[in-house]
Ligand binder design. Sequence first.
Ligand code: SAH
Length: 470
Amino acid sequence: MKKNDKFTVTIEDMGEDGAGIGRVDGYIWFVKDALIGDTIEASAMKMKKNYGFARLVRVITPAKGRVEAKCPVARACGGCQLQELDYKEQLKFKEKKVYNHLKRIGGMENLFLPEEAEQAAGVPDAVVMEPIIGMEDPWRYRNKAQYPIGREKDGKPTAGFFAGRTHSLIPVPELDCLLGCAENKDYLAAVLKFMEDFGVEPYDEANHKGLVRHVLLRKGFASGEHMVCLVINGKKLPHEKEFIGRMREAGADSISLSFNMEKTNVILGTEIKNLYGPGYITDKIGNIEYRISPLSFYQVNPVQTERLYGTALEFADLNGGETVWDLYCGIGTISSFLAQKAGKVCGVEIIPAAIEDARENAKRNGLDNVEFFVGKAEEVLPEQYEKNHIKADVIVVDPPRKGCDELCLETIVKMAPEKVVYVSCDSSTLARDVKYLGENGYAVKRVRTVDMFGMSGHVETVCLLSRKAQ
Ligand code: SAH
């Protein structure tokens, strides 16, 4: 077999990112956009010793659950991986992925899928996963979009998304991504028109020239407020006044610039210049109100976030007097949820702007039993433990994809809380950390997945770990 050779393969499995996996004469092929159960014609792209990558040429026999993609660029765009899979099947895929990780990496021999409850009966210490919490409508759920700006073939500025694993820009049809809110296209059109009218150049990665890199758009789904933040390769936007006027006309409540002059894949620079509005938008989850600055992390799917936090709160099972630490707290979203039921909540977060938001949010909601620390969880927690002998009844962690630093886990074990509630956006690092905690006195009691990212391969998991009797 060599590059561009065509062959037939039946897909038997799906990889982490949703790519189909099939075998031909024992050799493993990864085929993007191919689904379990599909028989396809594929074309070889890249070959390694034991496995290779191929392109889907055509589906010969479609899998059960194969549906037509709603978006015409679903395959080319790197944003969605599972659009051609029926939503119910997407949920099953995600649940199974978490299950496999916890079993294989986490060593959880006692774990069962929800549909295996009968098999689990009679197994000592069996943990049956609770059914995944899916969305009623898996479209237009995102409150945040970050569009790279580039050029059309004819040179005109355009907005799009990067193709999977590359930085070639796929223009979004009609500027309307179906995962984002419908108003995004109006803001994008206004930005592009402004660029055309005033000759403001899009950024070009190849030579690090040009000005406009990304447009960050956010909407408070509960408040209806809109944020526009233009990321530029420079310190000055020409015709700034006109830009503000155009964005206000489009309906923006908060307008800002982010300066990013680095040669980097990181989207936002660290410096923000506020152009109009208070420097943030507000939103509500449950009965808690939040303010959100451009640099702060905020969950992208507010409907499912309420369910995610609800699950974390249920797992924490607080009765009013507990001291809770909320590590990787962002703008204090989970902290505020917990504070309504706990004695005291302490949050730790690395981004100073997010902690400013967190403190403001606590005030806004009249919560006086929360305290926030700026810094790395793996530094703040050990330091507070050594110096101030802090205690915790419950520790909640919600780390980024790379999971918890071992120093952080080590300190958690030393602090010996009754419960650890682990909220995770990457089940492979969750499984690694669960293994560590399992070897150091904790056992997983409950697991539930929540789908925050329909059409993509990502899934959120909440895990309750309890301290084993000594
Ligand atoms: N719990 C919050 C945020 C979760 S996202 C929410 O649900 O909204 C993870 C957060 O961890 C981000 O805000 C990120 O800035 C922060 N973070 C990343 N590395 C960190 C570290 N080493 N220590 C503390 N916070 C960190």
